[in-house]
Design a binder for this molecule. Structure first.
Ligand SMILES: *Cc1c(COP(=O)(O)O)cnc(C)c1O
Length: 392
């Protein structure tokens, strides 16, 4: 009997929530994913900003192996030195004073919502933005600014309000003594790589100096060097009260964290929150390597420099195809190319040229190269992107 393909078996066994890309990946190596039939794909999607150091990174492999030989899990009832070491690295680069570890970005958002509700009470309002994305569970979904993700799942949590991203006037009229917190992605990822404006940040900062609300920076996608700085808010003159991380933090293993400043570090007391797996020692061991390579060794400086080159070259391409590209946005290795039409065709064409990228918000090509990408990788992308544009 002929063996059924994995695509068919996938369809018959896994819930139908994902759009599968029609390639079977065998393994990864550096910035490449290698398919079953031997094709090498340049991965400018990085497992959705997770694989910051690419695939099969020797340091991450070694750290994971070493930790597994000691223990691969330890309940949070016990001291966990690997967790502590990673926490100290996170506090050092952020200026925050406490860490709670989770398994995902969504869980980091949920933990921070609980901190805000406990600190400010149930009646105060939480503000988030149109087009924002914070996760898929009820709290994080309630914050998210895209109705299409919520419609089928009502009701949402009360006392959360979305206002227009970058609308200074609406921000001014929405924030008052009744505001508990503002959840913000300074660079919106899922929403189409939308950068916050300087004017908006200035107003947010001014309001915060007058009213006691918390700023929660969702750095789940942007954090740890992705935008060419440690955090995306480092591009502005502002310091949040709480920082949320995940995606790249565990070097490919599930790991997220909530970093809190002094004011919010003692809000939760024993038993208020917890997680069986959060801060898993193997994930934290990989996280330490991520922090050493990207933050301690300042890999993000190179990301900023190469990102500037990438963006300026993309703008040159944009000028050649004014009828196809409307805008290039981003910083570092978080770049969006907004097309004048749905971008699924161009993603397909790039895939035929052995390049993987993503399409978000239906017409924005989202480019998230591994942070270890070199100029030659960017040039390979640029050449083939131009070729794809010619064809489409
Ligand atoms: C991906 C993402 C999340 C959710 O993270 P998960 O690990 O998928 O739960 C939250 N916020 C932002 C900004 C994200 O990009």
């Amino acid at each position: 009997m002929e063996e059924k393909s994995y695509f068919l078996r996938d369809k018959n066994s896994i819930l139908n929530t994902y759009n599968r890309i029609p390639i079977e990946i065998s393994y990864g190596e550096g910035v490449y994913l290698i398919s079953k039939n031997g094709d090498r794909y340049l991965d400018f999607f990085s497992g959705l900003a997770v694989n910051a150091l690419g695939y099969n990174h020797p340091g991450i492999k070694e750290a994971i192996n070493l930790q597994i030989t000691k223990y691969n899990h330890l309940s949070n009832y016990y001291l966990n030195p690997t967790q502590i070491e990673l926490a100290e690295l996170l506090l050092k680069c952020s200026g925050m004073s406490g860490v709670f570890f989770t398994n995902s970005g969504t869980e980091a958002v949920e933990a921070s919502l609980k901190i805000i509700r406990k600190a400010h009470g149930p009646d105060k309002q939480i503000i988030s933005f149109t087009n924002s994305f914070h996760g898929r569970s009820y709290g994080s979904l309630s914050l998210g600014g895209k109705n299409k993700y919520k419609e089928a799942f009502l009701p949402m949590l009360p006392n959360i309000k979305q206002i227009n991203f970058n609308d200074v006037q609406e921000l001014k009229t929405s924030i008052d003594v009744n505001t508990a917190a503002v959840f913000i992605e300074f660079f919106q990822g899922e929403g189409g790589i939308n950068l916050v404006s300087n004017e908006f940040v200035t107003e947010l900062k001014k309001l915060k100096s007058e009213i006691e609300f918390a700023i929660i920076a969702d750095e789940v996608q942007t954090g740890i060097g992705r935008t060419g700085k440690t955090f995306s808010f480092n591009h502005f003159d502002i310091l949040p009260d709480i920082i949320l991380l995940a995606k790249s933090l565990g070097g490919g293993l599930p790991l997220g964290s909530v970093l809190t400043n002094k004011k919010y570090s003692d809000v939760l007391s024993k038993g208020d929150h917890g997680s069986t797996f959060g801060g898993n020692p193997v994930a934290c061991a990989a996280g330490i390597i991520i922090m050493e390579e990207i933050i301690e060794n300042r890999l993000y400086d190179k990301v900023l420099e190469l990102g500037n080159y990438f963006i300026s070259e993309l703008n040159i391409i944009k000028d050649r195809y004014p009828d196809k590209i409307s805008e290039v946005r981003g910083k570092g290795f978080m770049i969006g190319v907004e097309m004048k039409f749905n971008c699924s065709e161009i993603i397909k064409s790039l895939r035929q040229k052995k390049i993987l990228a993503n399409c978000t918000n239906s017409n924005v090509i989202r480019i998230l190269p591994p942070l270890i990408s070199q100029k030659k990788d960017i040039d390979f992308f640029l050449y083939n992107f131009d070729e794809s544009l010619k064809e489409i």
